[in-house]
Design a protein around this ligand. Structure first.
Ligand code: HSE
Length: 344
């Protein structure tokens, strides 16, 4: 099956997916009968190129990585805006990987709406549109007979959404708790090793874990958006970011962390959603948890999520929670899942 892809955004995450598509070309064909071609790329910094016959992936990557621009690539159409790329390309699947904006979800929201309305599948790791408008976007996808994949919005390439939606079949998810932000868990773990907050944050930025504006990480907006996404996708509710009790890690000192450890506890930024009689209640804040608990033993950029269901008390998933490599892999899993479902 041939898949025509358009990348909207071609930063580290988009390039990571492109690298995987290139490296796994044979495997995709042999194991999944998928032959994706890239027919358009539009990036606010790198420029945009479009070719209905397909663009050369290694060249795209080389220009993006070495020259920091796609402008040197020859293509029938160049310089289109991201929206025009979606409107005019021959893509049947749009990969939306622009920056995350939790205030009004733009420009990702307009990209995704436009693509779905046009009848294109969408895969995205962009948290803003999914945290703010999942119901609307899912309705648009359903109404247009296409799919919306957003695995990479939570726990990056560690498949939390797919586990909840597709593996825990027949069970009702009653609670979700987890460490949903790689940057802050990395910072807290480093501070426990006597590294300063500032140094740890700088390193998290360098490694590509942090958001473009790391306030989203350290003030817990990012994991708050993620618990909203998990709850809305898996617990049949319609939470807003403002419904979540939120507190970041900026008020914590090394002393606070060490004092907790002396009392056999550890401070972690824990996100929770719990079904109550009055609906789903959610929070995301630093908690002192017993050293014997699973979440107290999650270190560095690793994330974890624990689902409580009506038939099984706890089902846990642990894995990388941030970084371009992991986010690129999440997009690949969505793409393969869409390809598979189209063959049924
Ligand atoms: N900034 C996010 C994090 C990236 O640190 O978890 C992955 O969503």
């Amino acid at each position: 099956m041939s898949f025509k892809l358009a990348f909207i955004g071609f930063g580290r995450v988009g390039q990571s997916l492109a690298g995987l598509l290139n490296r796994k070309r044979n495997e995709l064909k042999e194991r999944y009968d998928l032959e994706p071609t890239v027919v358009g790329v539009s990036d606010i910094q790198l420029g945009s190129v479009m070719d209905p016959e397909g663009l050369d992936l290694p060249r795209l990557l080389q220009h993006a990585r070495r020259e920091g621009s796609l402008r040197g690539i020859s293509a029938p159409e160049k310089g289109l805006s991201s929206l025009d790329t979606i409107r005019r390309s021959s893509a049947d699947l749009v990969i939306e990987v622009t920056w995350s904006n939790l205030a009004d979800a733009e420009p990702g929201l307009s990209h995704i709406r436009t693509a779905l309305k046009k009848g294109c599948h969408v895969v995205t790791s962009n948290k803003g549109p999914i945290a703010l408008k999942l119901r609307e976007l899912q309705g648009l996808a359903d109404g247009n007979g296409v799919q919306l994949g957003f695995e990479g919005t939570v726990l990056s390439g560690t498949p939390a959404i797919r586990l909840g939606r597709e593996a825990l079949l027949g069970g009702e998810i009653l609670s979700i708790e987890g460490i949903l932000n790689g940057t802050t868990n990395y910072i807290l773990s480093e501070m426990e090793r006597d590294v300063s907050y500032e140094e740890a944050l700088e390193e998290a930025k360098r490694l590509g874990y942090a958001e473009a504006d790391p306030t989203a990480d350290v003030e817990a907006w990012d994991p708050t958006a993620k618990i909203v996404i998990l709850a809305n996708a898996l617990m049949d509710c319609d939470l807003r970011i403002g419904d979540v009790e939120r507190e970041g890690i900026t008020g914590l000192s090394k002393d606070d962390l060490m004092k907790a450890i002396k009392q056999d506890r550890r401070v972690r930024l824990v996100a929770r959603a719990v079904r109550t009689r009055d609906g789903v209640r959610a929070s995301c804040k630093p908690e002192e948890i017993p050293l014997t608990s699973l979440l107290a033993n999650i270190h560095g950029v690793t994330n974890a999520v624990v689902f409580g269901t009506d038939v099984q008390d706890e089902v846990a998933l642990i894995g990388p929670g941030a970084g371009p490599q992991s986010a690129g892999y999440a997009l690949l899993t969505d793409l393969i899942a869409i390809g598979r479902s189209m063959k049924r």
